[in-house]
Ligand binder design. Structure first.
Ligand code: IFM
Length: 453
């Protein structure tokens, strides 16, 4: 097997998010988040679990940093819980919340691990939700206040900032499909949310730059490889529709191309979008297209589509033809999609650099009789995606780093604790951590700065 070497300085990391790992949901002055409210509402989460304790990372972060260090991780992507910092969304700052992240960042730096801080990974203060949440423009303004407070406090030490994680999830999964907090099913609210999230990103970038001189600032989007095996022109249209809804609606405005015209027309024709887009104000698109240093890419799977039989514009997922192996999330494994995506983003949008800010797989494999977790399928998944990323680098894509999702098994949103993405097993009853085989394998990849094809 040939070793595919990555460029010198390529960053290898792992990622988590505050609500998924921290626990301590009501400690040290933290305010309630929309995910606290959502998980405390019966019927929302598959296993009826909450993030109240999660991986107890809020208390166990020194142990978790030691684990990262033992694996040779060079960077750690974590998110900051807005309600720890501003329990009411805006206004009074909670110094104990800032202190927690300050200690975490200092601990990472002492361990030689570069902190990548995501400002928003979905845990909006409930008080801000009560002011209208993301469908209201005031929340974009509140986000800038929050970004200012955080970066004034941590900006001397954190030099990599991600404004938002996966705006599609914030907009559509949370406000149109309703599977995530706050659980709305309202297309209008989803479009307004998408706009306000992007706008808040655009407004926050100069604030982060001012408060954190010399830092890299970017945003993370999630992308899916949308494809069809259908032969009818309508099947291609269906794929384009999904690509517009999931991928292009977010990346285009960030790179100065506003919302995709074909999708504005498609959504309008379907009666889903008011073409006047009342949430857009003069200057918004310029703000959204503020230059950034990198684009963060989250990639997991392929989705196949066919055209709906009736006039419904929503494409239909073609599970019958999804014959590639699936992970426990029932996601089709398609490393080729990562290669295609990275090339597409580079050649169509020319971001200064890219990071894969999330990629990984959910498999249940747990400790055997000897307490060892053999997760060969995760190793295979990661290896194939690393090789795809390497091919993209060879094609000229300025990929600068790769963050495996996730460091720890953790709270997988609406799926609760039933899905395990970690390279480290977590026993939720005892909070014991056990690095899986994939963690040891990743350690080898990092040490070699290369992967066997
Ligand atoms: O766990 C999530 C993460 O919070 C956002 N990206 C996808 C992951 C797996 O579903």
């Amino acid at each position: 097997m040939a070793i595919q070497s990555f460029p010198a300085g390529f960053l290898w990391g792992s990622a988590t998010a505050s609500f998924q790992v921290e626990g301590a949901w009501a400690e040290d002055g933290k305010g309630e988040s929309i995910w606290d409210r959502f998980t405390h509402t019966p019927g929302k989460i598959e296993d009826a679990s909450t993030g109240d304790v999660a991986c107890d990372h809020y208390h166990r972060w020194p142990e978790d940093i030691a684990l990262m260090q033992s694996l040779g991780l060079q960077a750690y992507r974590f998110s900051i819980a807005w309600p720890r910092i501003l329990p009411d969304g805006v206004g009074a700052v909670n110094p104990r919340g800032l202190d927690f992240y300050s200690r975490l960042v200092d601990g990472l730096l002492e361990a030689g691990i570069i902190p990548f801080a995501t400002l928003y990974h979905w845990d909006l203060p409930q008080a801000q939700q009560d002011r209208g949440g993301w469908p209201a423009r005031v929340t974009a303004e509140a986000f800038v206040e929050y970004a200012d407070v955080v970066s004034r406090h941590l900006g001397d030490r954190v030099k990599h900032w991600i404004t938002h994680n996966e705006p599609w999830c914030v907009a559509f999964l949370s406000h149109q499909i309703g599977a995530h907090a706050p659980g709305w099913q309202d297309w209008g609210a989803a479009f307004a949310t998408a706009h306000h999230v992007l706008l808040s990103h655009g407004w926050a970038v100069p604030v982060l730059r001012r408060n954190s001189p010399g830092s890299e600032v970017g945003i993370t989007l999630n992308f899916e490889a949308a494809e069809t095996v259908g032969r009818r022109p309508a099947d291609r249209t269906a794929v384009n529709w999904f690509d517009g809804y999931f991928n292009r609606w977010f990346v285009q405005p960030l790179y100065g191309r506003r919302y995709p015209a074909d999708m504005v027309a498609a959504f309008t024709d379907a009666g889903l979008l008011d073409p006047a887009m009342p949430f857009v104000q003069p200057g918004d698109f310029d703000a959204i297209a503020v230059p950034t240093d990198f684009l963060g890419v989250n990639y997991y799977k392929r989705s196949l589509f066919v055209a709906a039989a009736d006039d419904n514009p929503m494409p239909v997922e073609d599970t019958a033809n999804a014959t590639l192996p699936h992970t426990d999330m029932n996601w089709e494994i398609y490393p080729e999609g990562l290669y295609n995506l990275l090339c597409r983003l580079h050649f169509e949008y020319r971001p200064g650099k890219l990071y894969v800010t999330e990629n990984g797989a959910s498999y249940k494999d747990g400790p055997d009789a000897d307490g060892v977790v053999h997760d060969q399928r995760r190793i295979d998944y990661l290896r194939s995606h690393f090789v795809a990323a390497h091919r993209a680098l060879a094609a000229g894509v300025p990929l600068a780093g790769y963050f495996v999702w996730s460091l720890l098994d953790n709270f997988e949103w609406a799926r609760g604790y039933l899905q395990r993405f970690g390279i480290i097993w977590v026993d939720y009853a005892t909070q014991q951590r056990i690095p899986k085989d994939s963690a040891r394998w990743l350690k080898g990849v990092i040490a070699a700065n290369g992967v066997e094809e």
